[in-house]
Write a protein that binds this ligand. Sequence first.
Ligand code: COA
Length: 140
Amino acid sequence: MPENEASVVPFDGAHLSGVLALFAAEGWSYADDPERTCRALTAPGSTSVVALSGDSVVGVAHVLSDGEIQAFLAVLLVGEAHRRRGIGERLVREAFTRAGAQRMDLVSCVDSFYSRLGFRRVSAFRISRDELGPGRSDAE
Ligand SMILES: CC(C)(COP(=O)(O)OP(=O)(O)OC[C@H]1O[C@@H](n2cnc3c(N)ncnc32)[C@H](O)[C@@H]1OP(=O)(O)O)[C@@H](O)C(=O)NCCC(=O)NCCS
């Protein structure tokens, strides 16, 4: 199938090995534990889509959303050999539309990609559980 005919479809378990291969190629921790990644991609409030070229998974996007107002683009990845052919843009559009929210935030590693799509720049903060330290939490 020509690259420009890659299809974007909802993620299901049959796509897991292809998605893990994409994560592994980037060295992302999503590749470390297949079952955890499958749970993450299908967690409540998740919209996960994959780009397929023939039977091969060539891209993945994961959006977390309340389904009404707010969404967060948690994962966007296109396999290196398939980049700059519009697949990343299609994944973002499809996942955002399917998530049903009015707006979407993200933490960017590729500013020009998101700027071109029309995202506006705002300030973002990120912390890991380890970095937050023990402190006081009623949840623990
Ligand atoms: C970012 C990423 C998803 C883009 O996917 P893609 O399929 O190549 O994106 P598209 O083809 O839809 O790109 C659309 C436009 O965005 C811009 N763009 C895309 N990647 C770019 C890059 N690396 N640098 C600068 N501009 C970029 C270009 O303007 C491009 O249009 P053009 O090819 O006509 O110039 C892909 O490069 C990727 O997976 N990178 C590694 C993982 C990553 O960084 N994910 C995002 C985490 S925030």
